[in-house]
Design a protein around this ligand. Structure first.
Ligand code: SF4
Length: 422
């Protein structure tokens, strides 16, 4: 399956689709793929050439032109799988000279099977929290109207309107739909400079899909969003640390009083922190204030690979480990927001390090997130930082972890405290 320059997608009957993990090719088969999940999106990959499998020669081939229409250029096709699905491979491709990096999306391998589009992905969380079929625009707009009436001066809610209607953020939509988890963006800055940061990009000619929030909400504005959600939703979750902000720990001064205010008012609902967990002292204070759980963003448990991606500014990897250790000592729920890229995340070196990490830091959950970054560009940086080793397979890694750590939860979404009561 390839695309032409206009983005029209079509299959090439004499060739098979090929997935990639690191630098290794894998011809896609029916048994190795699933029906493309609802809500997934297909993308043409600009300035790349597809690598396909010839059924005739049984060889991998780089295609520049359509073998059936020799003057038509062809490009690889990737799938942006819906939330809850983990990529097993990314599409096999070769970059044109000076092609630059792909835009910030996750690129999953895909092909055309006997009954339609297929994804090389694994279902890791089937909760319908971000199922677009359950998030009608009309209802979102009605929810926005109701909040404008009830909270005319709440700037944070106005910001979430933009998230829900312009950025199409599922968490923003869920606040106005009164479902599951609502976002509490607060931070205008960050002390990391992630290669794939989706709220700020200052180099490499790639743009960030969102802009960072332009004001710091007050504790009262945060309190109103959180309690509005807790009053309206069963097993509700609210989370600091969203795609439209820096790291919430840099907004500690408003977050701590907001949490105290919420917990003074109600013990219901789950207050969660999505963060790079770079400031253990502040993390401890937030748990003391009433924070329930923490999700730590991490691309690797090996310092050189972590540093190469997060590019910490004023903190060290050991501070992240300290925050996790402290939270575990307080018997708090800790999840890893594990940024997955096939070929690196499932490499022998990363897997061995992850097993050791989990033995030392028995976190409660791994949330498997597809890395939103040029996959070959990412692997190149990671292999330089931490060495290359054989791919074990993302599915193999998840199954092995299930055997080695039976209590470890594998999923995608921040669970409500009712689900993991301590
Ligand atoms: S920690 Fe988050 S906000 Fe900070 S640079 Fe990384 S992705 Fe961006």
């Amino acid at each position: 399956m390839v695309a032409n320059r206009d983005g029209e997608i079509f299959d090439l009957p004499a060739f098979g689709s090929v997935g990639m993990a690191g630098e290794t090719f894998f011809p896609l088969t029916e048994s190795d793929t699933i029906d493309m999940p609802f809500g997934s999106e297909l993308m043409m990959m600009p300035r790349k050439k597809p690598i396909v499998y010839s059924f005739e020669t049984k060889e991998f081939e780089v295609l520049e032109f359509n073998p059936y229409e020799p003057d038509q250029e062809v490009f690889p096709v990737a799938v942006f799988n819906s939330p809850g699905y983990v990529n097993k491979y990314f599409p096999a491709y070769e970059s044109e000279k000076d092609a630059g990096l792909l835009p910030l999306f996750s690129y999953g391998a895909t092909g055309f099977g006997k009954d339609g589009f297929r994804s090389a992905a694994i279902l890791i969380d089937n909760e319908p929290r971000q199922d677009l079929r359950l998030m009608p625009r009309k209802k979102i707009l009605a929810g926005i109207k109701a909040m404008q009436k009830q909270y005319p001066d709440n700037r944070l809610m106005r910001h979430l309107e933009n998230c829900a209607t312009i950025y199409s953020c599922p968490a923003g939509k869920n606040f106005f739909l009164k479902r599951y988890e609502a976002p509490l963006p607060t931070a205008r800055t960050c002390n990391a400079r992630c290669l794939g940061c989706i709220s700020l990009q200052e180099e490499n000619l790639i743009t960030s899909p969102q802009n960072r929030i332009k004001f710091t909400p007050t504790a009262q504005e945060i309190f109103e969003v959180a309690t509005e959600h807790f009053n309206s939703v069963e097993k509700a979750v609210v989370s600091f640390g969203q795609g439209c902000e820096g790291d919430p720990l840099t907004a500690f001064k408003v977050i701590e009083p907001a949490i105290k205010k919420i917990r003074k008012k109600t013990s219901s609902g789950t207050i969660n922190l999505n963060s790079n967990a770079s400031m253990p002292g502040l993390v401890e204070k937030l748990f003391d204030a009433g924070l329930d759980s923490m999700r730590v963003s991490i691309n690797s448990v090996r310092k050189p690979c972590y540093d190469a991606y997060f590019r910490p500014n004023g903190y060290k990897f050991k501070h992240v480990l300290k925050s996790i250790e402290q939270a575990l000592n307080k018997n708090k729920f800790v999840a890893l927001n594990y940024l997955n890229c096939p070929g690196f995340t499932d490499s022998r070196l990363e897997f061995e390090a992850l097993v050791k990490f989990l033995q030392t830091y028995p976190v409660s959950m791994i949330q498997w997130r597809n890395m939103n970054y040029d996959p070959q560009g990412y692997c190149k940086v990671m292999f330089k930082a931490g060495g290359r080793s054989s791919e074990l397979g993302v599915e193999f890694v998840i199954n092995e972890l299930k055997k080695l750590f039976p209590d470890l939860i594998h999923g995608y979404f921040n669970p409500p405290k009712e689900k993991y009561a301590r």
